[in-house]
Design a binder for this molecule. Structure first.
Ligand code: V47
Length: 376
């Protein structure tokens, strides 16, 4: 009770009266409404917003901040979609279109494992030149060579494409990929669910309801998935809050999301390159509002590659409890959206970043089991 009173008194220093009311709900662990989500985004009182999100973050995780040792493998950049925000994809006939062989995938995994990676993050374009067996062979070959390497592979958009293109049921696609070695799914492809915004930036992709439906089916099959939101392009604040509320509703139903990652749009090299991109204030606000709205998500990740290191580190005080990974040598997609051009960190760098922010660094595996110790 004392905490509530103290916290409420703090909030009286806020010049935004709406945050005072919201703070009472946050203290009582009550769910915030759509309109309260809008109010959080619209506040200019960044300190009060950060304090609220930090309260929830500390209640859930104390000082613990997670990172992992991982690597991205982008098997192909050939894609039949035409997403306006993407600087990675190519058409099959373009000179710099590529598809990695399974042997190349194994070599990339080998060097990642040698550097201590516990996770391979595998995503690529929607490539109509590849047979479904490419994926099952890739996963089973990787598992044969590296049985302990966690394959966090394929977005809901890729699974949707497989079901339609290879004419299989969703369940069959999921079952075959799991049998081959898919251990969990990353959160990409969610972009922004709200229409007409989604159609304007990625009209060849499955819609928001379908993305959520597939996530539910993967959860039902027993795998964890992540969720993302691409923001800072042409979406409205209402679109962002709608996205968070729809994820929260899906999580109530199937419970398999382990982590939410707001992805800051990086315009260079995309069809939307004339847009200005994001500033630190909007990035920090989006992390904080995500933490406050997604009461049924355990983890909020500040993805340092897209946020930049300084903002990601600051985000640990705005509700984030995870920085993603060392990435060792990011795949081609990672290079396409890296805000500061950097795609890898050493384990010591990431630990120092967390400790200098006043938190305790914990290495995790993909499904948030602790691995190793916090020192190298
Ligand atoms: O779906 C593409 C986004 C996503 C750009 O699950 C862009 O742990 C910014 O989902 N600017 C792929 N973003 C990356 C992704 C991800 C990354 C890290 C961890 C996890 C996880 C997932 O990247 C795409 C799209 O939303 N994206 N282009 C761009 N120019």
């Amino acid at each position: 009770m004392k905490l509530v009173i103290e916290f409420s008194q703090h909030m009286q220093f806020s010049f935004d009266q709406q945050l005072v009311d919201i703070s009472h709900k946050v203290e009582d662990g009550e769910r915030l409404t759509f309109d309260e989500g809008l109010a959080l985004f619209n506040t200019t009182d960044l300190n009060a917003l950060g304090k609220l999100a930090d309260t929830v973050r500390r209640r859930k995780h104390g000082l613990t901040t997670y990172y992992n040792v991982n690597r991205h493998f982008n098997h192909t950049n050939i894609c039949v979609a035409d997403c306006k925000f993407c600087g990675f994809y190519r058409r099959a006939r373009q000179e710099d279109a590529y598809t990695h062989s399974i042997e190349e995938g194994i070599e990339i995994a080998r060097s990642a494992v040698a550097e201590g990676a516990t996770e391979l993050h595998i995503v690529g374009g929607l490539n109509s030149k590849l047979p479904f067996e490419y994926y099952t062979d890739l996963f089973s070959s990787l598992k044969r060579e590296f049985p302990k390497l966690h394959l966090k592979a394929l977005t809901m958009v890729e699974l949707d494409f497989f079901a339609r293109f290879y004419k299989m049921s969703d369940e069959e696609v999921i079952e075959k990929l799991m049998a081959a070695g898919m251990d969990s799914c990353p959160g990409g492809g969610a972009e922004i669910f709200a229409e007409p915004t989604r159609s304007r930036i990625c009209d060849h992709k499955c819609d928001g309801d379908r993305w959520l439906e597939l996530a539910g089916k993967v959860h039902a099959a027993g795998l964890k998935t992540n969720a993302t939101m691409l923001y800072g392009h042409i979406e409205s604040i209402e679109d962002r809050v709608d996205h968070l509320v729809r994820l929260r509703e899906q999580q109530d139903k199937t419970g398999g999301f382990q982590c939410f990652i707001p992805l800051a749009f990086y315009p260079p090299g995309t069809a939307l390159s004339s847009l200005p991109g994001l500033d630190a204030i909007d990035n920090l606000k989006t992390i904080a509002v995500s933490r406050l709205m997604l009461d049924n998500f355990d983890h909020i990740k500040a993805y340092w590659v897209m946020l930049g290191k300084a903002t990601a580190q600051t985000a640990l005080h705005f509700g984030a409890n995870d920085l993603d990974g060392t990435i060792t040598d990011g795949g081609e997609l990672t290079h396409a959206y890296a805000a500061e051009g950097e795609v890898k960190m050493t384990k010591q760098e990431i630990i120092t970043m967390i400790q200098n922010a006043g938190f305790e660094a914990v290495e995790r595996d993909t499904v948030y089991n602790r691995v190793g110790s916090a020192t190298v």
